[in-house]
Design a protein around this ligand. Sequence first.
Ligand code: NAI
Length: 462
Amino acid sequence: MASYDVIVIGSGPGGYVCAIRCAQLGLKTACVEGRETLGGTCLNVGCIPSKALLHASHMLHEAEHNFTRMGLKGKSPSVDWKEMLAYKDDVIGQNTKGIEFLFKKNKVDWIKGWATVPGAGKVKVGDEIHEAKNIVIASGSEASSLPGVEIDEKVVVTSTGALDLPKIPKKMVVIGAGVIGLEMGSVYARLGTEVTVVEYLDQITPGMDGEVCKTFQRMLKKQGLNFIMGAAVQGVEPLKTKAKVNYKLRKDDSEATIDADVVLVATGRKPFTDGLGLDALGVETEERGQIRTDSHWATNVPGIHAIGDAITGPMLAHKAEDEGMAVAEVIAGKAGHVNYGVIPSVIYTHPEVAAVGKTEEQLKEEGRAFKVGKFSFMGNGRAKAVFSGDGFVKILADKQSDRILGAHIIGPAAGDLIHEVCVAMEFGAAAQDLALTCHAHPTYSEAVREAALACGDGAIHA
Ligand code: NAI
């Protein structure tokens, strides 16, 4: 039995970052992880592997569609799926080993196995009980399925199965036009799969800015993705090596069926807290199973904290990381803080989609007076040089004070561009502050400045 200041349960982006920060702040720290490797869903079966496959399939798309336009002639590359998966696995390995190295460097003990919490101050792993003054639950989330849909991770898969299919399917049905569905759907569409996305709502990526959603769907359609919108999936019938997806159109209740070699269920995720023994401890949860915490990530049971996908808020790795750092500071007696108003979200398709702050729809609902500065990448020389003129930057600012309230980008490197707006928002900047900042030419970031200029006297290249 060992005794710690902090035991973190789960080594995903929330947990491992929390453990490292705790150790850096002088707390004796351990992190419990039951997987073979550290890094949680994000590094093993989520963010990182999907980015490897998005990159590889994007390269193929570039070779097939844009090389000849630049005078690069010759045969397009063919896909060796096994090698592509091996490349992805290598990327995973480098990242998960990286965390192991960081744990050693920072003197965080990795307790291998699945944890239960038999009582406040106690963490049981296997037959051993470890003592901890503080416990941080960072156990993450798991895919949530639909009634009538049984996941086998072979024909009916979650994102985990979709990252490791034995072969590239001819036909894939994606249930849910959210982030996972569109990222993985893009990968397979680029690899030659006929992809059909079935979505309950009339708009893809619910919650994103409406104008961005429309542009995004148009672009994805151009890339070959098919959409069946306003369709509630009723069930999936497995047929040995295929499956039938039954859905009902919401507008007229008509029923239809579509078959596929692989069905990807991407209808959201739910907190993964089973088996921790939290019920017996009396840890309170929210309606949808999230652990209830106060503004310092403390549960109702003294000494037990929770962060990341296991609590409320957007299920994003970077939100979990920020909470991990902040709760470590709180435990160490410092002032940990997360600004939930400035958490960017990014969809890593091509082009990328990124957002921070409020959408136009939210501001209208709040009855807030705001102005819109918009700039198309068509007016950005760098974007045009690389066939990326489709898309725009939109900045929303308070009508009176000019303070930035939100930004929405669809276009090249949107996921990186969004961060200058995040920094500006953290500093309470006005759109004019961005507009007056010199931006290097020729860069995509000039489009952000132009959108900021459009909030004032007007963009130059529009
Ligand atoms: P999501 O919540 O983003 O999207 C689920 C979609 O499924 C919604 O559009 C919903 O309307 C639809 N849906 C639900 N029931 C349906 C039914 N019966 N028939 C048809 N459509 C139905 O969930 P997703 O994509 O599974 O992602 C899960 C979580 O992981 C999200 O919180 C997401 O933010 C996060 N994530 C983030 C990534 C990123 O930041 N790039 C990448 C991957 C996941």
